[in-house]
Design a protein around this ligand. Structure first.
Ligand code: ZN
Length: 135
């Protein structure tokens, strides 16, 4: 069963914790044993899983990405001017697969699922597809 979530981002760089919404899709799917694919169909946004307990972790990820892939680089060729967003998205990847066990996402204790928007604010789509066996 698949669903499309719509996530409104609020800043140029926005990292949004979407774990709760994904869990709700898994619940509605009735799948007990299977996999959950979380995918965003955008070229300047991506999906990653990391620590959701301490917000400083996400802050440091953003800091490091900005340092590694600066917004302004005179050697970028892409005329739209948002190459850094494309590169950050390409490196991180626009999907993740999470096992579903006992009807729940098998995430680690400190893990959360994040949508990262590097060229917002915009409305972003997140497609959640849950595959497997029900009860
Ligand atoms: Zn572009």
């Amino acid at each position: 069963m698949g669903e499309i979530l719509r996530v409104r981002t609020t800043k140029h760089t926005s990292i949004v914790n979407i774990t709760h919404q994904v869990r709700e899709v898994v619940k509605r799917s009735g799948v007990v044993d299977g996999i959950c694919v979380v995918y965003t169909p955008h070229t300047t946004a991506c999906i990653f899983i990391n620590e959701g307990a301490d917000p400083d972790v996400v802050r440091d990820i953003v800091y490091a990405l900005e340092k590694l892939i600066p917004w302004n680089d005179p050697n970028y060729a892409h005329a739209e001017g948002n190459s850094a967003a494309h590169i950050r998205s390409a490196i991180i990847g626009n999907s993740r697969v999470i096992p579903v066990i006992g009807g729940e996402l098998a995430l680690g204790t400190w893990e959360s699922i994040f949508l990262a928007d590097f060229d917002g604010p915009r409305e972003r789509k997140v497609i959640v597809q849950v595959l497997g066996e029900g009860t």
